[in-house]
Design a protein around this ligand. Sequence first.
Ligand SMILES: Cc1cc2nc3c(=O)[nH]c(=O)nc-3n(C[C@H](O)[C@H](O)[C@H](O)COP(=O)(O)OP(=O)(O)OC[C@H]3O[C@@H](n4cnc5c(N)ncnc54)[C@H](O)[C@@H]3O)c2cc1C
Length: 288
Amino acid sequence: MEILPIARYLGIISSPARKALARELYTARLEQKDLISESAQCYHFGFVLDELDHFHFSPGQFVSAVAEDASGKQQTRAYSIASAENGKRFDLCVNRVENGFFSNHLADLPDLPIGGTIRIHGPHGHFILHQPLTDSIFVATGTGIAPMRGFLQGLFPSTGEDLSQGKEIWLVYGTRYESEIYYRDEFEALAAARPNFHYLPTLSRAPESWTGLRGYVQDHIARIVEERAARLGIPFPGPAPDPTLLASELKFDIYTYICGLNNMVSSVRELLTGFGWHRKQIVFERYD
Ligand SMILES: Cc1cc2nc3c(=O)[nH]c(=O)nc-3n(C[C@H](O)[C@H](O)[C@H](O)COP(=O)(O)OP(=O)(O)OC[C@H]3O[C@@H](n4cnc5c(N)ncnc54)[C@H](O)[C@@H]3O)c2cc1C
C-alpha cells in the first residue's frame, strides 16, 4: 500500500492504472456520527481508513460508497468529502432522503453504529479549486456545504499556514430555517478570525426574529460581484469574454464554485453568465 501514493505523486502510474486504483475498495470505519440538524435530518460522519497510511484527495472531491440493499443488490452513491486531507480520516455530511436507500443506511443507527464500517472507492471528481488561487465565491444549499467545508479547511487549516494567500473568499449558504445552517459555529469562528473570509448564510423562510440575510443565494451573489467590481474599478456587468481567445488563453481573477441541487445550480450559473462571466469561471457539482 505504501508505494502506491508515492508512485502516484511521481506520475509513474498510467492513467488506466490510476483509474483502477481509484476503484479499489476501502473499508471506512465510523468514528463519529452527529445529528447536526434534527429538522433536516442531516448527519455529520467522521470515518477512518485503517488500511491506509494517508488518504490523498483534493478538497471538493467525492467518494463512492457501496453497500448491498435488502435484496442483495449492490448500490453505489456519491458523497462529497466534507473535510480537507487529514491523514487517514475523512468526513461526510449527509441528509436522509425520504425512502432513499443509502442515506438511510448511513443515518440509521442499527445499520451504521460507531465502529461500524462502509466500503468506499475514490477519490473521484473534478470539483476542485483552480490554481493559481483567485478570489472565490462558494455557493451552496443543503448538504452542498460538504465540499465547501473541505475547501475552507484546505485554505484555512486550523493548524499550520494560512493557504488563502489573502484572496477574498465568500461562502453564500442558502437554506430554509436557522436550524438547518450546518457547521454554522465553525464558519462564524472562521469569519471572525480571517478578515478575507466572508460568511453569508441566508434563509428563505426566516422568522421575524432573524436579523441575518433573507432570500435565496442568488439574491446575494449580485451584491458581492457588484461591490467587488466597484472596489477594483472594473465594469459591472463585465464585457462578454473575447470569443477569439482559446480556452487555455483565458485568465480569470475570480471563480464561483456552486454545489447543491440542479435548480439552484442552474439559476446561479444563469445569473453569473448574465454578468458577463465566462462558463469556465463557474465551476459546479450537482447532486441530482
Ligand atoms: C457528486 C455527488 C456528490 C454528492 N454528495 C452528497 C453529499 O455530500 N451529501 C448528501 O447528502 N448527498 C450527496 N449526494 C447525493 C447522494 O449521492 C444520493 O443521491 C442521496 O444520498 C440519496 O441517495 P439515497 O440512496 O438515499 O436515495 P435513492 O434511493 O437514490 O432515491 C430515493 C428518492 O429520492 C430522490 N433523491 C435522490 N437523491 C436526492 C437528493 N440528493 N435530494 C432529494 N431527493 C433525492 C430520488 O429521485 C428518489 O425518488 C451527492 C451526489 C453526487 C452526484
